[in-house]
Write a protein that binds this ligand. Structure first.
Ligand SMILES: Cc1cc2nc3c(=O)[nH]c(=O)nc-3n(C[C@H](O)[C@H](O)[C@H](O)COP(=O)(O)O)c2cc1C
Length: 127
């Protein structure tokens, strides 16, 4: 059984990617929970924290939504570096900065046990 990291109630995990999903920034909460330093994360594809229980369909939906310029929200089970996992409720925003570069920002909060149970049941039905 792998170890679940339960987020603090006020945890707020933020990461930013470029247009291709390469990490450009991660805040302290994200680094702490994922168990990486920010230097280790910057330049890596965001699937560095992917957990194998997550269905491909969820990320397909995420990418299709943000590429349309819309905001995606959903529950995500991520892997920690040491082989554990944690659940979040994520909101992913597409943005264009004033210098014209495009990217994506994900802001995550703790998911409740009830939310986790529902997401887990749904994800078991998806591929
Ligand atoms: C801003 C942003 C944040 C993301 N955060 C996560 C994340 O926390 N965990 C994750 O598994 N994938 C995240 N993704 C999706 C990954 O880019 C990737 O599509 C996913 O991990 C599936 O990996 P794969 O395409 O190699 O199957 C994020 C994407 C964006 C644009």
């Amino acid at each position: 059984m792998s170890q679940e990291t339960i987020l603090n109630d006020d945890a707020f995990l933020v990461s930013e990617t470029d247009a291709k999903g390469i990490i450009q920034f991660a805040n302290d909460d994200f680094c702490k929970v994922a168990e990486y330093s920010v230097e280790e994360l910057i330049g890596k594809p965001h699937n560095v924290v992917r957990h194998p229980d997550m269905p491909k369909a969820a990320f397909k939906d995420l990418w299709e939504t943000v590429k349309r310029g819309e905001v995606w929200t959903g529950y995500v089970k991520n892997a920690t570096r040491s082989g554990g996992y944690y659940w979040v409720y994520a909101t992913v925003f597409p943005f264009e900065s004033c210098n014209g570069s495009r990217g994506y920002l994900s802001c995550r909060r703790k998911a409740s046990q009830e939310e986790i149970d529902k997401a887990q049941a749904l994800y078991k039905t998806l591929k």
